[in-house]
Structure formats: C-alpha cells, structure tokens
Design a protein around this ligand. Sequence first.
Ligand code: CS2
Length: 483
Amino acid sequence: MSADALPRLDRTVLPRLAPELRPAVDPAELRTRVVHFGLGAFHRAHQAVYTEHAAARSGQPWGITAVAPRSAGTVHALRDQDCLYSLTERRPDADRRRVVGAVVGALAMGPDAEAVEALLADPEVTVVTLTVTEKGYHRSPATGGLDTAAEPVAADLSAAPDGPLVTVVGRLAAGLATRMRAGAPPLSVVSCDNMAGNGAALRRVVHDFVRASTWPDRARILDRMAETVAFPATVVDRIVPAASEADRAAADAALGVRDALPVTGEPYRQWVLEDSFAASRPPWELDGALFVPDVAPYQLTKLRLLNGSHSALAYLGAAAGLTTIADTMAADWGERLVRALCAEVAPTLPAGGPDPVAYADDLVVRFRNPAMRHLLRQIGSDGSLKITERWLPALRERRAQGADTPVLELALAAWAHSTRLADAPSDPAAEALASCWEQTRRPTEAVRALLRVLGATDLADDDALVAAVAGRLPALRAGRVEV
Ligand code: CS2
C-alpha cells in the first residue's frame, strides 16, 4: 500500500497497532508538567523517552509540551498526529520500533506565545528542558555571558512588553518573570545542549537577559529567580541522525500507518544530571538516568571524546570525500583517529568519569554501527560554536602542559579547510569565516584569523600551533588524511 493510502498515526489508530508498537503510557492520562524548547529529533529520541518511561513506571502523569522556536511546520505535523511519533532503534542486526507517547502538546514559540507564557507560569509545570543547540544561547565568545548586541537578542530586549520574542532565552526569561510575579512555585530549567557547564551557562544568559531588560521590577525578579529557579547541569547522549525519506518509508511500512515525523537513533542512550533540582521532576532514574553531585567528569568526557571525535571525523571525512560517520570508520584512518584523539585529550579529563580507553572502545563500536547513516555535513554544521566546546579547551590545556597536540592540529586544519569551500557546512559565523581566506594569501594568516573569529586570540597568537595547523592543509586539500 502506498504511504498516502495508509491511515495517519494518531490516538485513534493506537488500538490497532501490535502491542509492542504502542506507547509505554496512555498519552490521555498525561498532563503537561514539563515544557521543552526545541522540537528536534534529539529531544524526541532522548528526554521524551526517559519521561515516558518515568511516567509509565511511576504512574505519575508527566507529559511534555514541546515548543518549537522556529519551525511551525513541525508543530502542525505533530499536532496532526496527536503529538505521537515513532522511534526506531537502529541495531546492527535488526531495527526495533515503537510509538512514543510522552509529548502531549506542541506549540510554536512565536504564534503560540500566550500559551507558552501561560505554561511557564503554571504551578503544575515544574520542569523546563531545552535542546536548542549551542547557537540558541547567544553567548558572547569573549565573556560567555549573553551577547546583548547580537541582533535577535537586542530585538528581544527592546520588544514591547507583549511584543513578539524571537530568542528562546528572551522567551524563557519573560516567562520566568511572569512566573516570579505570580508567586508561582519553584521550578528547574534543564539545558540538554552539548556545552560544558550547560546549567550555569543557561542560568547566566537568562539572568543577563533580565538584567539587561527595561522591566521596572527586574531587580526583584532576579532575586526571586535566584531563590526559586534551579539550572542543573546535564549530559545527554544518544546518536540521532536526521531522519531520511528511507527512514520515513520504513517506519510507515512497519507500522502500517503514516508517520510524518519518525525518529531514528542508535540503541545506546545515557542521561547524567546534577542532583540539584528546585522542585518535583519526573523520576527519570526509573529509566536509568544517573543523578550525581557533579556532572563535570561525565560532561567533559562526552564532549571531548565523543563530540570531539565526531567533529574531527566530520571535517576529515569531508576532506577525504566521504559522506557518513560509518564511511569514516570504514576508512583505514577512522578508528586510528578516534583512538588517537581520545588518547591526546584524556589527560585533560577530571577524575571520576568513565575510563577513557574503555570509552574509546565503545565509541568505535557506536560509530561503526552499519545500520546508522549519520551525515558528516549534519555534524559539521555550526562548527564555530561546536569546536570551541569540543577541542579548544583541551588543546589549551595540553599546550599549557607542554604536550604535543598533533591530532587536534590535524582536526583544526580539516575544519579550517572546510570553511574555505564553496559548499562549506552551515555556520552562524560563515561569512566571517569565509572572509578570513579572502583577506590573505598566506595560510598561516588565514588560520590565525579563523581562530580569532572563534574568540581564541590566545591560540591565534600561538605561532607554533598556527604553523602546525597550516602545515597540514596541503595534504587535506589533496584529499589525504594522514593520522
Ligand atoms: C553530534 C551530536 O551533530 C553533532 O554535533 O556530535 O549531535 C552527537 O551525535 C550527540 O551529542 C550524541 O549524544
């Protein structure tokens, strides 16, 4: 049967699905107690799954209303399906698929501003989670605080009291202010983005927004926020490539219903959270989430080893003309690169996290998963924000210790090379990056300028580093990866 002839996935078709394909909870029994910003595949394959299992296993009605900062299209598609979607775990041997029922509402941040605002002030809502990617935070590379001069942030700061807000930080700050004014109970705001100290980073930009606002009661709001809003740090992990047409067709065929928003991911998932919530939360530990006093060892291990390797594979693989992570792992240098990067970076990791050698072993297996098609281009996007988290802090630490850093230099060269190409991966700083190459014919000067765009003036002034990175460019230009 063609997909168009299939009935649409929604609550009415659930009873017709095989029991193992149905959600773990009856969505009709859930209420919105979590608001999530960022309606992407990652949230639907990660926090939504933990929340669904937490609700199912505790009998508590933890449902999620997900807010899309921009794409109203996804909101409509999700609403058309009563917020249901299928999740396919891509195992090397076979796929495992089922419908997830944790999401009970979908809102578009702009058009549905009033509803979003009301939920943020709702005493029943005690948790807000975010997956808005690094660029959603609008941090200044120089200070780490809110970049109040960035155009959308400045627009939000000068918006009329009931005017439209375009940044998630502005929307969240305004919603929290309403909650504080109403004297609503405490709540926790949980950043699930790939940044070191993500809780503190989010707290800072939200507080900065309130401080920079023209709200007459901003001082009181800040005081009350400091008392009643927690920003725990978290580490989220699951590889979730963007769904392809083939994924959609496979989901439709296996479910016997049409799902416009299927998600596919690897079987592995992990969530480590700082145990510092201000109010009640879903008992995610019932689904294996780990609550710890300090997430830093887990966070830095994941960022520097997993995400660090991912970015390195993305730019090196692209230079070699490859398309997916699995392609890079099939190349003779792929596994060597992952292991060498992990070994180079491991001395910078705090004690108390996973063993780096065992972690690297697991990464090789996860990256090799032949059932996954994770595009290098997807991982290579927004590099200017990603590599400052994933590579540069470790690079600085190793150089300060007087150690050689050949693998990070090679990775940086591959990134630099990518910024020069006509089809460079998308990046909010794309123009500034491209102009680094237009202003000079000398590769060392271009590399220096690129590092300055990243806000890494210290590294730009490191002549030995700059020369080493530039020295790797000719081989990469010729499509050779020499690990
Ligand atoms: C990836 C991450 O796209 C990327 O930048 O490195 O999305 C990665 O797949 C996840 O962080 C894995 O947990």
